[in-house]
Design a protein around this ligand. Structure first.
Ligand SMILES: NC(=O)c1ccc[n+]([C@@H]2O[C@H](COP(=O)([O-])OP(=O)(O)OC[C@H]3O[C@@H](n4cnc5c(N)ncnc54)[C@H](O)[C@@H]3O)[C@@H](O)[C@H]2O)c1
Length: 274
């Protein structure tokens, strides 16, 4: 299915410098959108924006730490000054800060520390909420807009040592549902994509830490960890790709999805039922 063009639409993709965010950027640009990449990694954002620009779209790279409200507001202002409006917001920036706690074998949930909880909140749920706060007034003023928040399959399934992360990703799902009701009267759709396992720089870091939890696997490469422990848990038997996630986002922001709001789409090879 070819979705209606996104030409003349402006999309902000947070964390678009690499990984899933770059896959989302590429799919939205392919479908015609102009793109603002907002990322804490300024060089990565500029490189990704230059690549997309070469395909004929207008792009802007903005360096910002989205856990900080002053930087969020400055970033959104830069996008508005450059493009004159915002149509689509994709909150993709996220991850697991301070991954060393993941390799603390056998740690019980109640022993997970304040820093780990705060870090997971800041980078996942807080970035999403702050970006929504800054962008929504502009969408409401135009009575039009699409928001897609990136959660995770871990939000709905047992997630072992990833508990702090998974809890924040579950928070993103429910925040999105409630936001969808609040904004429905303003013709703004809010949906979530829940990715499964995609081998991005996130897993290059996480795989190295999590291997330390498995006796005999201490010397595995991150890729070996990913292939031996994660891929076998996928019913379809294969990893997902950044493009898979980009395509799901492209659907949610398309005209064809105009009557879909408050929903979550699992793109995880069948790992989740809900
Ligand atoms: N890779 C997976 O298997 C997977 C699965 C489920 C969900 N996710 C989610 O998808 C999203 C992208 O994951 P990824 O694998 O591409 O991760 P990644 O680490 O490869 O990329 C994350 C991007 O976000 C940016 N970022 C991080 N903190 C930021 C901040 N404070 N402000 C602005 N930008 C910031 C990084 O610079 C980077 O460009 C995350 O929300 C992640 O939790 C990933």
């Amino acid at each position: 299915m070819k979705f209606t063009t996104l030409e003349n639409k402006v999309a902000i993709v947070t964390g678009g410098a690499q990984g899933l965010g770059k896959g989302i950027v590429d799919c939205l640009a392919r479908d015609g959108a102009d793109i603002a990449i907002v990322d804490i990694n300024g060089d990565g954002a500029r490189k990704a924006a230059d690549e997309v620009k070469a395909t004929g779209r207008k792009t802007l790279a903005v360096e910002a730490d989205l856990t900080r409200n002053d930087q969020v507001e400055r970033a959104v202002k830069e996008v508005l000054d450059f493009f004159g409006g915002i149509d689509i917001l994709v909150n993709n920036a996220g991850g697991y800060p301070g991954m060393s706690s993941l390799s603390e074998r056998g740690m019980r949930i109640a022993d997970r520390g304040e820093d780990e909880w705060d870090g997971c909140y800041d980078i996942n749920l807080k970035t999403t909420v702050l970006m929504c706060r800054a962008v929504i007034p502009h969408l409401v003023a135009r009575k039009s807009g699409k928001i897609v928040n990136i959660s995770s399959a871990s939000a709905t399934s047992p997630s072992g040592t990833l508990v702090c992360y998974a809890t924040m990703k579950a928070g993103i799902v429910h925040y999105s549902r409630m936001l969808s009701r609040d904004l429905a009267g303003d013709n703004i759709n809010v949906n979530c994509v829940l990715p499964g396992i995609i081998f991005t720089p996130l897993w290059e870091r996480g795989g190295a830490e999590l291997s330390k939890n498995i006796p005999g696997a201490e010397n595995w490469t991150p890729r070996e960890f990913f292939e031996k422990t994660l891929v076998p848990g996928v019913p379809l038997g294969r990893e997902q790709t950044a493009e898979d996630i980009g395509n799901a986002v492209a659907f949610f922001v398309s005209e064809e999805a105009k009557n879909i709001t408050g929903q979550s789409m699992n793109v995880d090879g069948g790992m989740s039922f809900v």
